[in-house]
Design a protein. Structure first.
Length: 94
């Protein structure tokens, strides 16, 4: 049976990684590093949640438009065009 000293599951490798981090950053920097990592993780999760909400809102708006028939959309476009023309006419008269 072969025993790997430096396998990822081995406690030896975990201790060595923690010791290397401690030597690189020092005892005073570790709390700041942990805080920064926590804030980064939180910001990443918030970004994912925002993206999911945006995707859901887009799919909801698409589904609401697909339920409207073409004739109703054309009628709304005509109404808005008439409204814009009326506003332009009022601007020209003043």
């Amino acid at each position: 049976m072969k025993v790997l000293l430096f396998a990822l599951e081995s406690p030896t490798i975990i201790i060595l990684v923690v010791a290397a981090i401690f030597l690189l950053f020092g005892g005073s920097k570790l709390p700041q590093l942990a805080k920064a990592l926590g804030q980064s993780k939180k910001a990443f999760k918030e970004g994912l949640d925002d993206a999911e909400r945006d995707d859901k809102a887009k799919s909801d708006s698409r589904s609401s438009l697909s339920s409207v028939d073409d004739e109703a959309l054309f009628e709304e476009a005509r109404r808005r065009a008439q409204q814009i023309r009326a506003e332009d006419t009022k601007k020209i008269e003043h």
